[in-house]
Design a protein around this ligand. Structure first.
Ligand code: ADP
Ligand code: MN
Ligand code: MN
Ligand code: MN
Ligand code: MN
Length: 338
């Protein structure tokens, strides 16, 4: 029987990479990653190779059922250059977490966007809806916009076996969030990208786009979109020590470290990290217990467990690549002098 494999990868556009995919038909497929052959694509059409030497390689790294197509799977891929080395656009290859000791929970925020009005769902064609306040976790046609889309997305993600932990309507009209948690940084990144892919594809059938930009409404009094990165490793989960937490949190402080993090925390983040709307200024580094105005929040949970738990870096934005975010967090945590 013929099986459809949708090979998914990230293009080479800067500063924000987008999803690309194409379908491969195979016979007698058993459903495992090992059966997925490497494939290739025209890198000159995705800003990943020059036209004269255009082949890039797709290396399958994650597979799950495709609940929306008959006899089908989604195959997330890394991009390799023609010599088989990780392409420079390949953030997944930067992750140093071979033993899956790092756990990540990403909170992906985004806007459902009407391409006809170029505004979020729920915004009148001319002007604005009422100010922020009633939309967060709302119910009812006055305040919640596009629920049929996000419900379909949730079901499809769960049917695909993605570890979605929750969804909620967000602070701005037309803004929503899903959370995905995985043990292993690569797995967490794979699942976020596949969930983004499914959301984009579901949006197509409603004529609704997904706006991943971190501040699509500019500097008006509307929240931007983040992708808070909740993270832990064995040390953080079992520290039982405020001193250990302080040492790890201080490893994030040097200006060159802040710069390395902000560089991969998503395009245009200076528009979002203003110090307003539950953010810290992009120029500062701060942390605090329960502090949603800090760069890194120490969840009350972690303190109540006697300084064992996880941390939340609130700076990554909605358009950031979760692979690159995880890679730099892992590097900085490992650099702490404990
Ligand atoms: P909030 O909106 O209050 O910041 P959410 O409930 O939206 O919090 O998200 C919290 C995230 O933290 C979840 O995705 C969850 O999986 C993640 N998380 C919980 N415990 C850990 C842990 N030990 N390591 C990494 N992530 C964790
Ligand atoms: Mn062709
Ligand atoms: Mn959340
Ligand atoms: Mn949120
Ligand atoms: Mn959060």
């Amino acid at each position: 029987m013929a099986t459809k494999l949708e090979y998914i990868w990230l293009d080479g556009y800067k500063p924000t990479q987008s999803l690309r995919s194409k379908t491969k038909i195979v016979d007698d497929f058993g459903g495992t990653l090992g059966e997925c052959p490497d494939w290739s694509f025209d890198g000159s059409s995705t800003e990943q190779a020059p036209g004269g030497s255009s082949d890039c390689i797709l290396k399958p790294v994650f597979i799950c059922p495709d609940p929306q197509r008959k006899s089908a799977f989604l195959v997330m891929c890394e991009v390799l250059d023609s010599s088989g080395q990780p392409h420079e656009s390949n953030g997944r290859a930067l992750i140093e977490d071979d033993d899956n000791d790092f756990w990540f929970g990403f909170e992906q925020e985004y806007f459902l966007w009407d391409p006809k009005t170029n505004k979020p769902l729920g915004f009148p064609a001319g002007g604005y809806p009422g100010p922020q306040g009633p939309y967060y976790c709302s119910v009812g046609a006055n305040n919640a916009f596009g629920r049929e889309i996000i419900e379909e997305h949730l079901d499809v993600c769960l049917d695909a076996g993605l570890n979605v932990e929750g969804i909620n309507a967000e602070v701005a009209a037309g803004q929503w969030e899903f959370q995905i948690f995985a043990k292993g940084a690569k797995e967490a990144g794979d699942q976020i990208w596949v969930a983004r892919y499914l959301l984009e594809r579901i949006g197509e059938s409603y004529g609704v786009a997904i706006n991943w930009h971190c501040k699509p409404l500019g500097q008006l009094d509307w929240n931007g979109s983040g992708m808070h990165a909740n993270f832990s490793n064995t040390t953080l989960r079992t520290a039982a020590s405020q001193e250990t937490y302080t040492k790890i949190l201080e490893a994030f402080r040097p200006p060159e470290v802040v710069k390395a993090h902000i560089a991969v925390y998503g395009a245009d983040n200076e528009q979002r990290l203003t110090g307003k709307h539950e953010t810290a200024s992009i120029n500062d580094y701060s942390y605090g217990v329960s502090d949603r105005g800090a760069s890194i929040r120490i969840p009350l949970y972690t303190v109540q467990k006697g300084w064992s738990g996880y941390l939340e870096d609130r700076r990554p934005n909605s358009a950031a690549d979760p692979y690159k975010v995880a890679a730099v967090i892992i590097k900085t945590v490992k650099s702490a002098q404990l």
